[in-house]
Design a protein around this ligand. Sequence first.
Ligand SMILES: [Zn+2]
Ligand SMILES: [Zn+2]
Length: 407
Amino acid sequence: MERRAISISGIVQGVGLRPFVFGLASEFGLHGFVKNQTGGVLIEVEGEDRSVDGFFLALMKRPPPLAQFEEVSWTSCLPRNDTCFRIESSSADAASLIFPSPDVATCADCLAELFDPRDRRYRYPFLNCTNCGPRFTIIRNAPYDRERTTMESFVMCAECRAEYEDPYNRRFHAEPIACASCGPRLEALDAQGARLASADPLEAAIAALRQGRIIALKGLGGYHLACLAADARAVTELRRRKQRDAKPFALMVGDLAGAREIAEVSTSEAALLESRRRPIVLVRRRPGADVAVAVAPGSPDFGVMLPYTPLHHLLLRTLGSLPLVMTSGNRSDEPIAYEDDDASVRLAGIAYLYLTHNRPIHMRCDDSVTRIVDGKESPLRRSRGYAPQPMRLAVECRRPTLALGAS
Ligand SMILES: [Zn+2]
Ligand SMILES: [Zn+2]
């Protein structure tokens, strides 16, 4: 018999590592526990030597897809004759370096549920699971547990609670788990910030877009301003109200086929567009694309992104996949608005309608902007989907060095 205590740091919280470890320990017939701790994750397993070795190797060789191990250390300890494997509650002890997971675009499983009329989360704009959903932007503190996120105030209903506690469910310990009966809700506000009581919020937003209006949309890391990209009058008006002269606006399209209608998209650009980071990718515009000139005056490129939240998917699909301008919710040179009261003040006079919700954004995070240069990704703005993941430098710094990006 052997008992091994394994500490892992890096991107290990909010990436489905605990349920994964639970499954792996069951596979190898091991007992013990896994828990988040402030510096990362602590695992203790006991069982036959061979099984403990097998468990450790498997964990190192094929960790869950979103995890990124920085440091792994382990020690042998005396067996305690545990009789099962448990996910223990977190210990929030000594403060130390922690990298929460970046936000992750809606996964294929969740997307299938979103548009499945038989599913209990059919058309629910905030569904997510252990493999996708908000992370960095909702985490208030380490370790990553629901009570330290902006989901704290939403009390899980019995059905969500059962999924959250079932080790064989894909929402086992998915901290932002939610459904229409217990989770965040959409709301539509008029230009003055008064709630539109009558209409379905999503329908109201779509009707406004179709009428050539500019709307403000609360996303993962802040507000966007949106209008139909083909509507020259709306785009020109948005440029005037944002006081933005010529800098291109980003576009959101429903899917890859939609991106290919307006731009030339190479295989590597397509992979980047469809990646779980879902950045804005600079791609060569297609001549004759049905996009207003004012979107990117004089530029050979468009900045294009695909939907990355369930709300975006609902919006684009209900709209019949018409390309949308989706630009940061701010006036020229200001940071993106992300707090509800602040947004209604700062975007006053720009937005005709606010499509918002009651899940607070803790950390502001703008869309990332990237491109492919000589077959390799060369980011221009590394933010949502990337932050706060560290970057390893190819060279060693001889003295402590601080590098800061522009906001
Ligand atoms: Zn998912
Ligand atoms: Zn629920």
